[in-house]
Design a binder for this molecule. Structure first.
Ligand code: MSP
Length: 644
């Protein structure tokens, strides 16, 4: 099958078109490693296609309407527009700093998008596929959709693990059920349409039973933050119906839909399979638009064995990893350590190990050894190679066959295997050095030509590696090329040719491409972090409001008569005096405390500590070693004042 595809790709004459999309992300959360994964993955695919010379277009953006966003804006105390501007800006800035080469960033609040949504809705309406009716069901605001009883896990939302609320409303409905037989047949006939296969099977499973009609509107009185329906302005468009259309509206708004739409490749994770595998194809069918080429569905990055969540406090932020390890190393890890379609476990230690083994050891060493020897034996200038011996030709073949093999792997979503095959060739090059022993050749002038050939072969291996890895580590690939003395544009075909480095080129050995990570120090710092971060549940503003924080002035402090570690403090709280027993004795001399103003929790139920009733608690910061520091106020403020 691979041979067949190879033949096919060779025989393609016209410039292929590639249009790839990420989901448009909800703006109720900031970008995390999951969003970064899909976006980086599409970036790598897009860069690879550009390298092949394909006419490539890459779309990403943000999903900004609906009840969930409206609620998030309320909670932030901002208008939905101001709020979405802010968070959408954060997504865009994050992608910019992660070197995401998107061609377009779409926001569903843009007018150009809303116009196309209206147009598509009208088409579906004119096609007789919209009806008005009442619907009742279990709704998840997090997913912005109704769930059937069968889809629930232990009666809860499978994505958010919450009990869903029953809702019933008068809405407009899209006659989705009508298209079920068509979609089923389509999926039966096109096994690759949704891939990998497990997700196709999941959608086929859904289609085996009635899917019902899809509620596509919300009463404007309840959810004003949305696009009004073109035929009834008392209702706004359901957020998924609005959002999915982004993939088309982005093109339509500048007239390129005829060019790119027929080639669209969607990339999503498994969480949004149903909207993309069931809602979207039926919507397109009704609107008379062609279907996507493939729906490419990947798994989830898990953290600590489960889903990341704010409440567990384990959300992994891509910019933190970029700052710590560099963006190219982070991208490499993301693509190398997840098999497309399967879940993967994020581990910072795993990331560091990957850097050390593949990037610092295998690739970095090959560069350093090659340029080191070139400096020592040939003043850093690229020599002219002599005739190739079988061992040289074998290394050449290991590299020049890679472009075609990688093309097939990337087309089949095997990004991890594609990277691994480049690294295998890099390891072969290291082995080649060990076997050809250039340092031994250098000892005898009679072997000068042989040494030239060996060094040149290593340089060519590095040149090819720089091309093949450029979609994954774009900046380091440039740096690598600069050290090789190469500049300018290059294509994938350049990695099929051997001997493109001109003799006489001056190389410039620079700093190591990927510095090694000190694993022992990393393990230690992670242990400390673990100890500091207790996973606390998220609280609502109402939970917070139940606590009363006040400023208290310490009037006097003395040692607790029956406890070594405790002080007994008399504090003034406005007109009131209280006794507070506190465990700060180790860090504070009682005589130095009088007159200090601190923050206390004033409405704690009193407790007796070693026989003395404590009527409150002083807030103190505690570091990883358990050292305490009481909260100090930097301005004089009356005791009894509230702290919020
Ligand atoms: N707004 C919708 C998508 C509309 S597309 C027309 C949405 N947004 S989202 O912000 O929740 O993003 C979901 C997507 O983020 C996933 O499909 C996936 O691309 C990415 N990921 C979120 N968490 C993830 C992981 N833990 N692991 C991998 N990808 C994840 O749904």
């Amino acid at each position: 099958m691979i041979e067949e595809q190879l033949e096919q790709s060779k025989s393609t004459q016209t410039k292929p078109i590639y249009y790839a999309t990420t989901p448009i992300f909800y703006v109720n959360a900031e970008p995390h490693i999951g969003h970064a994964y899909t976006t980086t993955l599409v970036d790598v695919a897009a860069r690879f296609h550009r390298l092949r010379g394909d006419d490539t277009y890459f779309l990403t953006g943000t999903d900004e309407h609906g009840e969930k966003i409206q609620k998030a804006a309320d909670a932030a105390g901002l208008t939905p527009q101001a709020y979405t501007d802010q968070v959408s800006g954060k997504f865009r800035a994050t992608w910019d700093s992660l070197d995401i080469s998107y061609d377009e960033f779409i926001r569903t609040t843009e007018e150009r998008h809303q116009e196309v949504v209206n147009d598509v809705l009208q088409r579906v309406y004119d096609n007789g596929d919209i009806i008005f009716g009442e619907y009742g069901g279990l709704y998840c605001v997090g997913c912005e959709r109704y769930y059937t009883e069968k889809e629930l896990v232990d009666g809860r939302c499978p994505q958010h693990d919450i009990v869903l609320e029953y809702r019933s409303e008068e809405n407009y409905f899209f006659r989705m059920e009508k298209y079920r037989p068509w979609l089923r047949e389509l999926l039966e006939d096109n096994p690759e349409l949704i891939r990998p296969e497990r997700y196709r099977n999941e959608v086929l499973g859904i289609l085996r039973e009635p899917i019902g009609d899809l509620s596509i509107s919300r009463p404007r009185a309840r959810v004003p933050w949305g696009i009004p329906l073109p035929w009834d302005e008392n209702h706004v468009t359901y957020v998924w119906f609005d959002a999915l259309i982004n993939y088309y509206s982005a093109l339509k708004s500048h007239g390129t839909e005829g060019h790119y739409w027929p080639h669209v490749e969607h990339f999503i994770a498994k969480d949004i399979l149903k909207p993309h595998g069931v809602f979207w194809p039926t919507m397109l069918k009704s609107a008379g638009l062609p279907l996507y080429q493939h729906l490419n569905v990947h798994g989830y990055w898990l953290v600590d064995g489960g889903k990341m969540s704010k409440s567990k406090g384990n959300v992994v932020r891509p910019l933190d990893l970029k700052d710590k390890y560099g963006n190219d190393a982070f991208r490499y890890y993301l693509l190398r350590d997840m098999s497309f379609g399967l879940d993967a476990s994020f581990s910072e230690v795993g990331l560091a190990e990957r850097i050390n083994s593949d990037l610092a050891n295998d690739l970095g060493n090959l560069l350093n050894r090659t340029l080191g020897m070139l400096g020592k034996y040939r003043q850093g200038r690229v020599p002219e190679a002599g005739d190739l011996e079988p061992i040289d030709a074998a290394l050449r073949d290991a590299f020049v066959t890679l472009p075609d093999r990688l093309t097939v792997m990337v087309d089949n979503l095997q990004f991890d295997r594609a990277i691994e095959s480049v690294l295998e060739a890099v390891r072969k090059a290291n082995k080649y050095i060990a076997e050809t022993q250039p340092w031994a050749l250098a000892k005898d002038e009679a072997n000068a030509k042989r040494l030239d050939t060996v060094l040149y072969t290593c340089l060519e291996a590095l040149r090819c590696a720089s091309i093949l890895l450029s979609p994954i580590i774009p900046n380091k690939a440039e740096e690598l090329r600069a050290q090789l003395g190469l500049g300018g544009a290059f294509t994938l075909d350049d990695a099929k040719a051997w001997g493109l480095t001109p003799a006489g080129t001056a190389t410039k050995l620079g700093a190591p491409l990927f510095p090694r990570v000190d694993l022992a120090a990393l393990n230690e710092s992670l242990e400390v972090k673990e100890a500091v971060i207790e996973h606390k549940p998220e609280v609502t503003i109402d939970d917070f409001a139940r606590l009363e924080f006040r400023v208290a002035e310490i009037l006097k402090a003395e040692a607790h008569p029956k406890a070594d570690k405790l002080l007994v403090l008399t504090v003034k709280l406005g007109g009131e005096e209280r006794t507070i027993v506190s465990g700060i004795k180790k860090w504070y001399d009682p005589s130095a405390l009088a007159g200090k103003k601190v923050i206390i929790v004033a409405n704690l139920k009193p407790v007796k500590l070693r026989g003395i009733e404590s009527q409150g608690m002083i807030l103190a910061a505690e570091d990883a070693e358990g050292n305490l520091s009481i909260s100090a106020l930097d301005r004089d403020i009356a005791s009894g004042s509230e702290v919020r």
